[in-house]
Design a protein around this ligand. Structure first.
Ligand code: NAP
Length: 239
């Protein structure tokens, strides 16, 4: 399978690249990002960098590098924390306009049929974009809900595509010390209760990779779904 990981330099994208290179079902990994991804892996020959300056613009040369993909995992997006330092119009452009531009570029490039597109949203994003605006991060949450709805409707306009919206809670990782510290606190809390939805980046990545390879279980994957799928896949790997 030829897989495109969009946002390959991000927190989730980096883990997806690492795991994709170790997954024998994936024969080619396209790292779509604003800087090239460098890996130190025995399977690095499977990796091809497609570097762009803006996730909203795709030249014919870039499209040629994306052609023939079986699936794409779209992780490009502004997290709630980072959204605080940007204008909401720019946040919307990155989260919504760039997602659509990227999808259209891949579709115009000529993907395999069927083509699976897994888009990263987040826990707490409303199903209905016309729902009451939340008090916290109101404009951001409405914009993300609108984007989810637009992504879910893509199969009405584009033939032979399968869509999935992943909605993880807080993603835990040991990449930075703050995230590592948070992960330790959360693992202690998780032992008693998962009061705040969260998932480890390795569990999350193995879950979505299995989904693009085997087919989507459902259109929306909640944090609980991602945890269940991720833990089962990791367990299967270790037995
Ligand atoms: N991390 C979490 O806890 C969490 C939880 C739930 C949902 N999510 C969602 O999952 C997706 C991926 O999350 P992540 O943690 O991997 O995010 P991330 O590391 O902050 O960024 C993901 C990608 O988006 C691109 N990006 C971010 N801000 C941008 C901007 N202002 N302009 C252009 N590109 C930008 C980055 O490109 P560059 O690398 O080139 O900067 C990166 O490749 C996002 O939609 C996020 O909202 C994340």
């Amino acid at each position: 399978m030829k897989l495109i990981v969009a946002g390959a330099t991000g927190l989730i994208g980096s883990e997806l690249i690492k795991q994709s290179l170790q997954n024998s079902a994936i024969t080619q990994v396209i790292a779509l990002a604003r800087k090239p991804v460098e890996v130190d892996s025995a399977n690095s020959s499977k990796l091809k960098n497609v570097t762009i300056s803006d996730y909203g613009e795709y030249s014919d040369k870039v499209k040629a590098g994306l052609a023939g993909a079986d699936a794409c995992i779209w992780t490009v997006g502004v997290t709630p924390l980072k959204s605080k330092s940007l204008d909401i119009a720019e946040v919307k452009r990155v989260c919504q306009d760039c997602t659509l531009a990227g999808f259209k570029a891949i579709y115009e490039a000529g993907p395999a049929r069927p083509f699976r597109f897994l888009y990263f949203s987040g826990d707490g994003v409303m199903e209905d974009p016309k729902a009451k605006k939340p008090l916290f991060l109101g404009d951001y949450m409405i914009m993300r809900a609108e984007t989810d709805a637009i992504v879910r409707k893509l199969p009405e306009e584009y033939k032979d595509i399968e869509i999935c919206v992943a909605r993880p809670g807080l993603v835990m990782s040991s990449v930075t010390w703050t995230r590592a510290a948070m992960a330790s606190v959360f693992s202690a809390i998780n032992f008693f209760t998962r009061a705040i939805p969260n998932v480890a980046v390795d569990e999350l990545s193995v879950a979505v990779l299995d989904q693009v390879i085997a087919g989507f279980e459902k259109e929306t994957l909640s944090n609980a779904d991602l945890l269940r799928l991720g833990q089962a896949a990791l367990e299967a790997k270790h037995t």
